[in-house]
Design a protein around this ligand. Sequence first.
Ligand code: BJW
Ligand code: ZN
Length: 248
Amino acid sequence: MFSEKLQNAVKSAKQIAVLTGAGISAESGVPTFRGENGLWRKYRPEELANFDAFINNPKLVWEWYCYRRELISRVKPNPGHYALVEMESIFPQFTLITQNVDNLHQLAGSRNLLELHGNIWRSRCVDCSTILTDEDVVKKDALQYCECGGLIRPDVVWFGECLPSGILERAAAASARCDVFLCIGTSALVQPAASLPLYGKRSGAFTIEINTESTVITELVDESIIGKSGDILPQLVKMTKEIRKNQG
Ligand code: BJW
Ligand code: ZN
């Protein structure tokens, strides 16, 4: 399952960077965006995942997020999420970078986590940028307004918007200094996240992709493992522990 090159890379690695996408939460029951059963099959991203769409039809967009929050509130982290928690305890430096907004890495117990695209359980005023984490706000179906009168939006990153200040810089730095870069369950189509594995590769990291199918970066990584992250990651952790057991 794991090549000798991969085993050698994880054996000596000190710094690991991991990028996750919707695929890691698929086995928990959270739909991915693209692909056969993806959200974009049913809903058009340009109607829902950009600021103009929200301003033009805030009710529709808010309700779409209510629907997704309701779905996410019923799911749990899966063995893939938990394997990454374990991996964090194995390596001296470990940075988990996620494009997901579902909070499942936090629920599993990951600590050094960078959320590139925000978090569906946070909201923000479009006018004064006040952040609201109040469950009462996100659980309400009706549109919400800030004390300043501004509309409340989900604190996620839509197309055409910049990523949260400082987060992308930290993710890029972790990607460029790691010895091993793991890219898990992402179609690698959305920038700037999709460039992170390439920063790792360019800086000499051993790059690994885990995905149920090949993607636009499969040809660029050092090792592509086709399979479910919930199956592969626990095996990767087991092998890593065994191989590093005898190191000081
Ligand atoms: C499994 C599995 C299992 C399944 N195990 N694997 C032209 C060229 C280049 C760039 C651009 C361009 N035009 C515009 C842009 C920029 C744009 C972009 O990248 N667009 C491309 C799509 C063309 N990017 C942006 O706008 C970003 N901002 C930005 O660039 O700022 C600078 C700027 C400012 C002003 C103007 C222009 C630029 C922001 C991107 C924000 C993305 N937001 C979303 C929504 C978040 C909120 C929400 O959740 O509602 O983020 S879109 C959606 O895509 C979401 C995801 O995080 C993101 C990535 O999706 P992901 O995670 O890869 O999911 P899928 O479904 O695509 O893939 C799942 C994978 O899992 C598949 O490969 C499966 O095979 C696999 N899988 N089961 C392992 N069990
Ligand atoms: Zn406000």
